[in-house]
Write a protein that binds this ligand. Structure first.
Ligand SMILES: Nc1ncnc2c1ncn2[C@@H]1O[C@H](COP(=O)(O)OP(=O)(O)OP(=O)(O)O)[C@@H](O)[C@H]1O
Length: 310
């Protein structure tokens, strides 16, 4: 018995050429094991291949090469068992407007062959906070409620693995917090969670381990703690009181740039230099500080730092 929820080896996907668009190699040989019980983040920019990978796991896209085992079941040998082990919350709310949340969950449970006596419809409605909307038409649900219903649909067959594809893209803070609460609770109850996101902050807060893919290749896979350790470059943006103040001399380890708006962007490694020393360096030059903001490295910078020097 393996300790991995997912085992992917040599996975390739090439979309066939159509009309004017040439063939597209979306996955170029991915090897990836995802441990059972983890919250695993799959990161990458638009077009990196994340959705393709998830759709292969879901059995919605046919792989071109490689092998995929889900909860120990080879997708090609035991397609039914491997499909039953995974639930997917897709990016887009593709809900039938004439179904109620209860109806949608029932239809989905039927599709997965869950016997009526084993259905957990009320518990799921409760988890996703839609008990009071159980019998309202989907078209009358808010965007946030539809997203929650998608999560509920992914859970009807009690999968061991839950995949969330960009669950918080474009959602408000309240819904995001609720989704994260749900995810943590499911994980505490033993479910393996895989999520894709553009947001490094989100991955940092939620995930035990992270894989970053770009152009169909895996650039890095590590624990979140290790990965962030390599990304400790921070920038403080300091606005001096005097409009035309010049950038002061800076101690070793802090590099600075005067921006067009007169502010100083000061970059340093936060593991080596405390923010206070950066501020002190400016004040020591006799400059009065009006305002300070900090900028975290974004995913693009993460890619740059990971790919340069490789
Ligand atoms: N059905 C398809 N036919 C042809 N090419 C496709 C198809 N689906 C995706 N692609 C291409 O494959 C590449 C990977 O796309 P994919 O949707 O997997 O990326 P992604 O990382 O999920 O991006 P996003 O975050 O925008 O969803 C892209 O270049 C995309 O244009």
């Amino acid at each position: 018995m393996t300790d991995n929820a997912i085992e992917i080896a040599g996975l390739k996907k090439t979309y066939a050429a159509t009309g004017k668009s040439p063939a597209k190699e979306a996955l170029k040989g991915i090897d990836l094991n995802i441990p059972r019980g983890s919250i695993f983040g799959l990161l990458g920019p638009n077009g990196a291949g994340k959705s393709t990978l998830i759709n292969v796991l879901a059995g919605l896209v046919l792989k071109s090469a490689g092998s995929v085992r889900i909860w120990g079941f080879d997708q090609d040998v035991n397609p039914r068992q491997s499909r039953a082990a995974i639930g997917i919350m897709p990016q887009e709310p593709n809900l039938d407007p004439f179904f109620t949340p209860r109806g949608s969950l029932d239809v989905q449970a039927g599709l997965y062959g869950v016997p009526k006596a084993q259905r957990r419809t009320d518990a799921i409605l409760d988890l996703i906070g839609l008990s009071d909307k159980a019998d309202a038409y989907a078209r009358s649900l808010s965007g946030g409620m539809r997203r929650r219903l998608l999560l509920g649909k992914a859970l009807v067959h009690s999968p061991q693995i839950l995949v969330l594809d960009e669950p918080t893209a474009g959602v408000d803070i309240e819904l995001r917090n609720m989704l994260w609460q749900n995810v943590r609770q499911l994980n505490d109850d033993g479910m393996t969670i895989i999520l894709t996101t553009h947001y490094l902050e989100e991955a940092e807060a939620m995930c035990d381990e992270i894989a970053i893919i770009n152009h169909g290749e895996m650039i890095v896979r590590d624990t979140t703690a290790n990965l962030l350790g390599t990304l400790d470059r921070k920038t403080l943006v300091i606005r001096p009181d005097a409009e035309h103040a010049e950038l002061p001399p800076l101690p070793h380890g802090i590099s600075g740039q005067r921006r067009d708006d007169g502010s100083f962007a000061l970059t340093y490694r936060s593991s080596e230099i405390p923010a206070g020393r950066v501020i002190d360096a400016v004040q020591a030059a006799g400059i009065t500080i009006r305002d300070v903001t900090s900028e975290q490295p974004d995913l693009e910078e993460v890619f740059l730092s990971l790919t340069s020097g490789r």
